[in-house]
Design a protein around this ligand. Structure first.
Ligand code: HEC
Length: 137
């Protein structure tokens, strides 16, 4: 009888352990990066906008080398433009179509923007679309 109980205890112990293990496996699988929350996207997008040097040509409010983020967004909202598609080189410029200006931005699209992941591009776009939230007038 004792032996029987012992076997049961051992078996239970084993099944508990294996359950725990399978939970761990799930935990490891999840950080396969789920969708970023809205706030994380804004945070990441804001950071990337500086890190990827967008900010050197695009101020939030005023014209630098390129149009301000607010100006870009006014046009994109009005014309239902798609920032991610533009940054991927799949959509034509709609804000400043002066050839020399387009060429400057096109150089970025052909260059470093190719190395930015979709998730990062989405975050940059989300940040730009909600720039008013962080920078009220
Ligand atoms: C060297 C300067 C420079 C840098 C760096 C730069 N841009 Fe631009 N960008 C421009 C200029 C100039 C224009 C105006 C031409 C145009 O509208 O395509 C522009 C236009 C844009 C537009 C509007 C495109 C349209 O539809 O007309 C978006 C969106 C944009 N930039 C996003 C970005 C983002 C995001 C980054 C960083 C990843 C970035 N830019 C970095 C110079 C720059």
């Amino acid at each position: 009888m004792r032996l029987f109980l012992l076997v049961i205890v051992v078996l239970l112990g084993c099944s508990c352990k294996s359950e725990k293990k399978s939970n761990e496996a799930v935990d490891i699988a999840v950080p396969e990066r789920g969708e970023l929350s809205f706030d994380s996207q804004i945070f990441l997008g804001n950071r990337l906008f500086s890190e990827k040097t967008c900010i050197t040509c695009h101020d939030v409010n005023r014209v630098k080398k390129g149009p301000s983020v607010k100006e870009i967004m006014a046009v994109y909202n009005q014309k239902s433009g798609n920032i991610v598609e533009f940054l991927k080189g799949n959509a034509k410029p709609i804000v400043d179509t002066t050839a020399s200006q387009v060429a400057i931005m096109q150089e970025n699209i052909d260059g470093f923007l190719k190395k930015i992941s979709d998730e990062e591009l989405n975050s940059i776009a989300t940040y730009m679309m909600h720039v008013d939230r962080l920078n009220p007038d």
